[in-house]
Design a protein around this ligand. Structure first.
Ligand code: 4HQ
Length: 248
């Protein structure tokens, strides 16, 4: 899958090309990441990419022409399904369901804006979809673009290495993750749950599912409203609640 990011700060994306899961995916050529600087698509001596807002007010607005040229260059040779996305708090809130949808495209062009934002006419003519990473205001679209790339790339085949772990993680099935433990098996008098050392993989899987259901019920009950628990899961959640009562 290929990501083309239109940004005034291509440096921001350099680190991620070598670090961690996404960096590995790029080295392995499972993911391609390229940046396009609108400044390279200006023709005045000052290489102007922003200007004062019509109607007055604080801050600057990104100009249409350099952005339009940068997006066109980024889209070049995009034969198959390419979506042009603007990162903005006005967009659709990214969640794991949205990540799954975005994974369906072989190419995404991401526009990371700066200043007060981009000229509205650019949005109307060049942008297919707007996506937000949450209801807060950042100083640029670069971090949101990185968040989207990370969330999408890690779901691609072969990117995580251990294929099942992307599936088991929080949210992927609409639930929070179960607790994790590693050595030592006793820390400051606190032992790990005995079942995890039982060697009974079936029992461990059931314990983890129960914990995932219970943690979700305790911390994010809103998530449970969005999914239909099967009979088995309903029993596990009821058991979790029962066990809480008996735990003094
Ligand atoms: N931005 N989710 C870019 C955001 C944002 C968000 C603020 C985007 C500034 C220029 N983007 N503009 N939240 O806060 O995606």
């Amino acid at each position: 899958m290929r990501f083309d990011v239109v940004t005034l700060f291509p440096e921001v994306f350099e680190g991620s090309a070598v670090t961690g899961v996404v960096g590995r995916a790029i080295v392995d050529d499972r993911v391609q990441l390229k940046t396009w600087n609108p400044r390279d698509f200006t023709d005045d001596t000052h290489r102007t990419v922003d200007d004062r807002p019509f109607g007055g007010g604080p801050g600057m607005v990104m100009k249409v022409e350099p952005l339009q040229k940068a997006i066109q260059a980024a889209k070049e040779l995009a034969d198959d399904s390419v979506k042009v996305i603007y990162m903005s708090p006005q967009g659709r809130r990214l969640d794991q369901q949205g990540v799954k949808y975005l994974t369906g495209f072989s190419r995404l062009v991401l526009l990371a804006g700066r200043y007060e934002g981009v000229d509205e006419r650019l949005l109307e003519s060049q942008i297919d979809e707007e996506w937000s990473i949450g209801d807060f205001v950042l100083s640029g679209g670069e971090l949101p673009a990185l968040v989207l790339i990370d969330a999408v790339a890690r779901t691609l085949p072969g990117v995580l290495g251990h294929e099942c772990s992307a599936v088991e993680d929080s949210f992927v099935e609409g639930l929070l993750d179960h607790p994790h433990y590693t050595r030592p098996d006793v820390f400051e008098g606190q032992a790990i749950p005995a079942v995890l050392k039982s060697g009974d993989h079936k029992k461990i899987a059931i314990w983890r599912e129960k914990q995932a259901l219970g943690k979700t019920w305790q911390k994010r009950p809103d998530l449970l409203d969005k999914i239909e628990l099967n009979e088995h899961q309903q029993v596990l959640l009821d058991e979790f609640k029962e066990e809480l009562k008996t735990k003094d």
